[in-house]
Write a protein that binds this ligand. Structure first.
Ligand SMILES: [Mn+2]
Length: 244
């Protein structure tokens, strides 16, 4: 059987124009049984149609902050760098991929772009825009292959099915230890999406689209965890399986 080909949206260095991809994404897709490749930064609409015909699924990768104008907000003083080219490309690709019913996985910025692209909003800076009794570190300062906080996974969700350690879903099985390197998060959820995981401070950590073949966005980075964490590996395996 042919392996599914997975297109991954590229990182973009807005200082020097470099278009690149961290090998962690490529390795994780490959280990899960797919063939990963990096998509171009600025395809036109017709190119996107052809790219989608070649891809069994699309992975929206991590990166800089989406432009707040996309959901009608002013730029907050703590909003970070952005890439208008990536915003444009990923929004077009998301629309086309959903129209074509392709499996979609979003990681970090990818999760946020799914929410924004479908009509949701973001918290531009968690630390300055939320009041939390215990400020969980969403920007961990230690290595990304160590988890940093827990998330509670919504029972009966796609994410729960992918990450459950055992067949019987005890409360324990619905708690995951994840890494965290974001300062933004989904705020108002887009129509059609549901929350599939939250952090102990209430921050949305994963979203999915019930009824869609496979659309999952996660705020953490399983591409740094899959070698040692079966739940992280399960996310990539489930995505690649959905792309078969
Ligand atoms: Mn987090």
């Amino acid at each position: 059987m042919n392996k599914p080909v997975i297109g991954i949206t590229p990182a973009h260095n807005t200082e020097n124009g470099d278009v690149f991809l961290r090998p962690t994404y490529l390795d994780a897709i490959q280990a899960a049984g797919g063939i990963p490749f990096m998509l171009p930064l600025s395809p036109d609409e017709e190119d996107i149609r052809q790219i989608l015909a070649l891809c069994s699924g699309i992975l929206f990768s991590g990166g800089p902050d989406p432009h707040p104008f996309l959901w009608g907000e002013e730029t907050h003083a703590m909003c970070g760098n952005m890439s208008p080219a990536r915003d444009r490309m990923e929004l077009s690709l998301l629309r086309a991929a959903i129209a074509a019913k392709k499996p979609i996985l979003g990681i970090c910025r990818g999760e946020q772009m799914i929410n924004v692209g479908l009509g949701g909003t973001l918290i531009q800076d968690i630390s300055s825009q939320t009041k939390r009794a215990f400020p969980v570190a969403h920007k961990q300062v230690f290595r990304y292959d160590s988890p940093c906080h827990h998330v509670r996974v919504t029972e009966g969700s796609l994410l729960a099915r992918l990450t459950a350690k055992k067949a019987d879903t005890s409360t324990e099985a619905l708690q995951l230890a994840v890494n965290s390197m974001h300062h933004q998060a989904a705020c108002r959820l887009a129509p059609g999406l549901m929350v599939s995981a939250t952090a102990p401070d209430g921050i949305i950590e994963a979203v999915e689209m019930p009824g869609y073949p496979f659309l999952l966005g996660i705020q953490w980075h399983p591409e740094y965890l899959w070698k040692t964490d079966p739940a992280a590996a399960g996310i990539f395996q489930g995505f690649v399986r959905a792309c078969q």
